[in-house]
Design a protein around this ligand. Structure first.
Ligand code: 2IO
Length: 413
């Protein structure tokens, strides 16, 4: 076990290489870890993280003005409060639940079938780079009703936007690059928004353009920001979650066999993956006034980062937290994708992820398709597992070998 010394930094290479090795000490010894280089406080206890995310008066989302708004080109949902937040959140939630979700699941299936097809006869596929990343973008473009022929371009702009949001330190050059991506993306979206206002279709952009709740409607600025918000939120964590699910199942063959035999266990396997290795590791907030945690004062105005990975492995919240166990009784799978979730992978409180049901449906649908196809699935020979990312985190690659599937043997959607 490494020791958290006074000069320990979450910005260090040691931490980046393997944050999970440090979480126990952070929770026990420095539950409020101050990081001078970025003047921010890192909270690692489940109880403290939960408090920050649910006490909306004491901890605001104002920090998103600098972390997100420059690349979102306007305010995102999480920045809003009161009646405006309630109304606009309803518009977005409606697009990710019920009938709209059913429709999206069909699109997820056909995108997945198309993107996995070339790799099946080869018996080898990198679940992150060959499949997960392209899939995440394709699915998001379908949800938004954007042209999939532009997917590589949109993916490149998305990378710049995501880099801006998830970087702890950005050089002026990288900052310029990220802002440039966002400006180009905005310029690409504005004419689309204009057309959808005149000729609305069945897609999320059209809904955003036309929906109204209690007399509150979306401006072009709102729509742009929400499109970029959805683009980032639906794309960035998706390939990571899928790859992490397969990584953990392959590492635990008996649980993989159980899920194969009984796909009804998939929601539990996904929820446990989200607890054990949440793809979004940090959620920022701003302290409205002085706040005390474990006897340590966080001053008014300070930026506070909730460490979701650390909170999800707090022994005060979960028994044997460092064990991956899809049967753990304290996960409460039924509520794992609701506001009552005990794991904090979707955040909690008023701003809890609006895409929760969508995320579950996406990963569940794709995993249910892959599992019967990837017979004898294992890591490719010579593969060394590596994760990257401090804010969002996932496998750099996940090359898998499996029994080749003869061409045409899979049911196409
Ligand atoms: C810009 C990290 C991609 C969200 C933010 C306000 C986005 C917001 C999140 C997640 C994932 C991102 N925050 N989804 O943490 O919408």
């Amino acid at each position: 076990m490494p020791v958290v010394s006074p000069d320990f930094s979450v910005l260090s290479e040691d931490f980046a290489a393997s944050p999970y090795r440090w979480f126990a000490q952070l929770r026990e010894r420095t539950p409020v870890h101050y990081e001078p280089a970025i003047d921010s406080y890192f909270l690692s206890r489940h109880e403290d993280v939960q408090r920050v995310l649910t006490d909306h008066e004491a901890f605001t989302t104002e920090t998103l003005q600098v972390r997100a708004e420059p690349v979102m080109r306007g305010p995102v949902l999480a920045q809003m409060t009161g009646a405006e937040h309630t109304a606009k959140r309803k518009i977005v939630v409606r697009s990710f639940t019920g009938g709209a979700l059913q429709h999206q699941v069909r699109a997820i299936r056909s995108n997945a079938a198309e993107l996995m097809a070339p790799f099946l006869p080869r018996g080898r596929m990198d679940l992150v780079n060959d499949f997960g990343r392209p899939l995440a973008i394709h699915v998001t473009l379908d949800v938004l009703g954007l042209d999939k022929k532009d997917w590589l371009q949109v993916a490149a702009w998305h990378s710049g936007v995501a880099e801006f949001i998830t970087s702890m330190t950005l050089t002026p050059e990288r900052r310029r690059h990220c802002l440039d991506c966002a400006e180009r993306l905005e310029a690409y979206l504005l004419p689309v928004i204009e057309r959808r206002r005149e000729h609305p279709g069945d897609d999320l952009i059209s809904r955003l353009c036309t929906a109204e709740f209690d007399g509150i409607a979306m401006s072009d600025h709102d729509v742009t920001a929400l499109i970029i918000n959805v683009l980032a939120a639906a794309t960035e964590p998706a390939d990571k979650t899928l790859a992490l699910l397969f990584k953990h199942l392959i590492d635990h063959p008996e649980q993989l066999a159980q899920v194969r035999r009984n796909p009804d266990l998939l929601p539990a396997a996904i929820a446990e993956t989200l607890r054990y290795t949440p793809p979004v590791q940090l959620i920022p907030r701003q302290a409205e006034g002085d706040a005390v945690f474990a006897g340590i004062t966080v001053p008014a105005g300070a930026t506070v980062f909730c460490m979701i990975g650390a909170a999800n492995r707090d022994p005060e919240a979960f028994t044997a937290p460092d064990t991956f166990d899809i049967h753990r009784p304290d996960l409460g799978t039924a509520r794992s994708f609701t506001a009552a979730a005990q794991h904090l992978a979707f955040g909690t409180g008023l701003h809890q992820c609006v895409g929760t049901a969508f995320a579950r449906a996406e990963i569940e649908t794709v995993a249910a398709m892959l599992l019967p196809l990837l017979d004898g699935v294992r890591f490719s020979p010579g593969f060394r597992y590596r994760e990257s990312g401090l804010y969002t985190r996932g496998p750099v690659a996940l090359p898998l070998d499996f029994t080749p599937v003869p061409q045409g043997a899979t049911a196409r959607e």
